[in-house]
Design a protein around this ligand. Structure first.
Ligand code: HAM
Length: 420
């Protein structure tokens, strides 16, 4: 029997609804933020990836599916989408009328990595790229978009790790410090690191060999070498994320596996799939458009590991009780607790599966509890809602809200929920 190639897999009909759901939510968010869909070829000239991702990266050195076609042209199955989108942006002079363009694409990528759960040789990415905006606000916006998508999928606890990789102005100072550090540890570094030290010292920082990892502890960081402009840029990214309530940690060990980055780089890490892995990654690449033959136009983007995201959401769904309540009452404050308790009894007696929590915890933790219980609806009752006669009934599946009056909430809720 002929089977799939190792690291390649079928996505079966039972699985596709989840893929479609995520794609629909992502497309909606992209539309709201002004992104247009672009579709790019699955194969490109090898040179495109070698020049953009970087000759000394794992991807280019050992993971690309590269082969000559019948005429001997060197072709590669795309390992990522950024290089192709940049090529397309330049080839079609999309910058001519207005350099500011925002694109997204969804599709398969190919990397010959060692397969394991969440790591495949054909995998899918949801990719977004923004051209023509140098402002740090856009860096924060992309991280906010990721955060929003994860939130709408019910994922909590995913935190963005962010770093700044500097620019051509500050990179030389950092590289010099790094080279000095590496030179003093030459006897313990692996052959790969020694070779990369010559080609691109930054690449030693993502070596996976345990002895190298140990030797690299305390290595110089880009953050300590940022020029004033990069420093201000990074500060604004952070203050904007804070102002937008997006959780993040500054991680000065994050270097990304591709060479084209400058300034802001980020990853969303998770342990949901076993060992820590990234469910999304991205960053700024202000020099790439010019390096590939276009004008000097800044750009930034990210890619989500679609397969990984599906695994995480599926895992979460499995952990949830199948038979969650129709309604979860969130009582905030003593008065609310008393009211909710009385309504709860009536709702239960009227045949509705309703639950509440008596711990008096915060709105955030009660909403988490409602989500974990897989409640279909949540009624939010706080002193403020009682005072203004506007209780909030939220449908957890559609994420829509209805206002309920205090006149006869039980009747109103019963009617609304039975109609859903
Ligand atoms: P990347 O970090 O190489 O970035 O990949 C992005 C995401 O794709 C990863 O965080 C991971 O979730 C997923 N991924 C990568 N390799 C595999 C694999 N073998 N199996 C399953 N999932 C995988 C890029 O590709 C950049 N082009 C992102 C970007 C866009 N930067 C700027 N714009």
């Amino acid at each position: 029997m002929i089977q799939t190639i190792r690291g390649f897999r079928d996505i079966l009909p039972e699985e596709t609804p989840m893929w479609q759901k995520i794609e629909t939510i992502a497309a909606e968010i992209f539309r709201n933020f002004g992104f247009q869909e672009i579709r790019i070829p699955i194969m490109e000239k090898t040179e495109l990836f070698a020049r953009s991702i970087g000759e000394a990266t794992d991807i280019v050195e050992k993971e690309m599916y590269t082969f000559p076609d019948r005429k001997g042209d060197k072709l590669t199955l795309r390992p990522e989408a950024t290089a192709s989108i940049v090529r397309s942006y330049i080839q079609h002079k999309m910058y001519a009328a207005d350099p500011v363009r925002k694109f997204y694409t969804v599709g398969p990528m190919f990397r010959r990595e060692r397969p394991q759960k969440g790591r495949y040789r054909q995998f899918y990415q949801i990719d977004a790229e923004v051209f023509g905006i140098a402002s740090p606000y856009i860096d924060a916006q992309l991280i906010q978009i990721l955060n929003e998508l994860f939130k709408r999928l019910g994922l909590s606890g995913l935190k963005a790790h962010i770093n700044s990789l500097g620019c051509p102005e500050c990179r030389p100072g950092f590289q010099k410090a790094l080279l000095e550090f590496l030179s003093a540890r030459k006897d313990v570094l692996c052959d790969n690191c020694l070779r990369r030290m010559e080609k691109n010292p930054l690449r030693t920082l993502d070596c996976k060999v345990p002895a190298c990892r140990k030797a690299l502890e305390g290595a110089p960081t880009t953050l300590n070498h940022l020029c004033p402009d990069c420093s201000t840029h990074f500060d604004t990214v952070q203050s904007t994320l804070k102002a937008q309530n997006v959780e993040f940690v500054v991680d000065n060990t994050l270097v990304r596996g591709l060479d084209y980055y400058s300034r802001t780089a980020f990853e969303i890490l998770t342990t949901a799939l076993g060992a820590q892995s990234a469910v999304a990654g991205g960053g700024r690449y202000d020099a790439l458009v010019q390096e590939l033959g276009g004008p000097q136009i800044p750009a930034i983007g990210f890619a989500i590991g679609f397969d990984r995201l599906v695994h995480i959401v599926e895992q979460l769904e499995q952990e949830k009780p199948k038979d969650g309540p129709d309604l979860f009452l969130v009582a905030l404050g003593d008065k609310a607790m008393e009211n909710c308790h009385l309504w709860l009894s009536q709702l239960n007696l009227s045949g509705l599966k309703a639950e509440m929590d008596y711990s008096g915890k915060s709105l955030k933790s009660l909403m988490k509890r409602a989500d974990k219980r897989n409640a279909r609806n949540v009624l939010i009752v706080g002193d403020e809602e009682i005072k203004t006669d506007a209780l909030v009934l939220r449908n957890m599946e559609t994420r829509t809200q209805t206002t309920i009056s205090m006149d006869d909430p039980v009747a109103e809720i019963t009617k609304l929920i039975s109609n859903i």
